[in-house]
Write a protein that binds this ligand. Sequence first.
Ligand SMILES: Cc1cc2nc3c(=O)[nH]c(=O)nc-3n(C[C@H](O)[C@H](O)[C@H](O)COP(=O)(O)OP(=O)(O)OC[C@H]3O[C@@H](n4cnc5c(N)ncnc54)[C@H](O)[C@@H]3O)c2cc1C
Ligand SMILES: NC(=O)c1ccc[n+]([C@@H]2O[C@H](COP(=O)([O-])OP(=O)(O)OC[C@H]3O[C@@H](n4cnc5c(N)ncnc54)[C@H](OP(=O)(O)O)[C@@H]3O)[C@@H](O)[C@H]2O)c1
Length: 382
Amino acid sequence: MTIPYKTIKTLYDRQNPYSAPLVECRCLTKIGSSKEILHIVCDLRNSDITYEVGSSFGLMPENLSPYVDEVFKPLGTPYRNFMVQTKTGESLTFEDFITKHANLSHITSRHFGLVQKYRPTTALQEYLDDSVKLRAFCEQNNLATFLTAFWHPSVPLQELVDIIMPMLPRYYSIASSMKKIGEFAHFMVASFYYQDAGREKESIMASYLKTIPPMTGIRLFLQPNATFIPPEDLTAPIIMIGPGTGLASFRGFLQERDATNASGKNWLFTGDRQKEYDFHYGEELTDYVQSGFLKLDAAFSRDSSEKVYVQDLMLKQKSELWTWIKDENAHIYICGDAKAMAKDVQKTLHLIAESEGHMTPEEAKVFFKTLRHEKRLLFDIY
Ligand SMILES: Cc1cc2nc3c(=O)[nH]c(=O)nc-3n(C[C@H](O)[C@H](O)[C@H](O)COP(=O)(O)OP(=O)(O)OC[C@H]3O[C@@H](n4cnc5c(N)ncnc54)[C@H](O)[C@@H]3O)c2cc1C
Ligand SMILES: NC(=O)c1ccc[n+]([C@@H]2O[C@H](COP(=O)([O-])OP(=O)(O)OC[C@H]3O[C@@H](n4cnc5c(N)ncnc54)[C@H](OP(=O)(O)O)[C@@H]3O)[C@@H](O)[C@H]2O)c1
């Protein structure tokens, strides 16, 4: 059984996000870490938003001014103040549009077709006639470098606006419980770098959050998850598996179980690269362990010559883990990376069912399928 999910009504949604003051933005990873994860706190006190743990928020980033400036180099400064309309009918300056609503990374054949319509050139036509050449250009360029190469003022600006890819919201698992911290929301936001038009660019959300002044309004909306929630039965044990930012939801779960005096046992498998730098919320988790509230297994993948992942620690304790799952009806939650971690953790759960529960691979498959059906095996993966 899971807690009946409250129907959440709020004035705010994706089309009408709430502007939540940014109360805190600090680095969770310590100086010397090979990665960066931010701890973010947003103030919801002047909104009607109430959230349940296990849900996420959609946050709207903005493009930083150096990237916005790059777009205006080929166009010229006067374009900044030209009025344009978004697809939803909002009127704003082209500079505001580029800052808040535009995906500056992705260009498509439509950009080539538009300029070719008003100012035909053989160069543009060659791209339009050769899909391989066109794809290669789009992969290696962005809006600013496209405009630098091909822009012509005869193109109506609104038609350009209409084909610019939209800036989409980014979703973040809530890393707090309102029952513990009140009308605020905490998040863990990972920063990473990639190649954009031949130079290194930091991921948009982290770079935006690090740049804006404190108390700037972050446009956000709640994205409820009616199933990824702690058990209604407060005595039920839970097993939480979430390395890296996968810890976010479980910090919320632990705060909730603490605030509601849930007596069920809590077992967390988490970790990241190095204990010295990347033991996120290490003090809080250690306090929970010392008070007997939490059983913690933290895997640090880059502290030894051989990688240690959460599933390695699960295997080491497979007998006890199986007792929790089979005999004590623990609920299992997996949160974080979908591409590799979640798959490998599931494989490990199957191996444990085979070795400890003496199941065939087929029986293990049916066993976990039933758990999923009963909402005792749940995922928040991305
Ligand atoms: C339900 C859910 C919960 C989530 N929870 C969390 C969480 O708690 N913490 C967290 O950190 N993330 C979480 N995510 C992921 C998060 O939503 C974002 O996807 C992530 O933070 C990246 O967004 P960004 O704006 O920082 O990156 P962007 O800058 O938009 O980059 C995103 C990706 O696009 C690629 N890319 C973009 N532009 C280019 C380009 N020009 N050339 C090459 N590659 C490019 C990058 O390599 C990168 O992989 C969650 C996702 C979901 C769906
Ligand atoms: N595009 C990028 O450059 C980039 C960079 C960072 C994160 N991301 C994405 O952002 C999301 C969140 O990142 P994150 O910080 O939460 O996590 P993460 O950086 O992907 O990894 C967190 C921890 O999990 C370990 N790990 C890697 N593969 C694993 C596996 N198969 N099984 C179990 N553990 C594994 C990592 O070890 P090792 O790293 O030592 O192998 C690390 O210790 C992920 O979806 C990730 O793909 C993208």
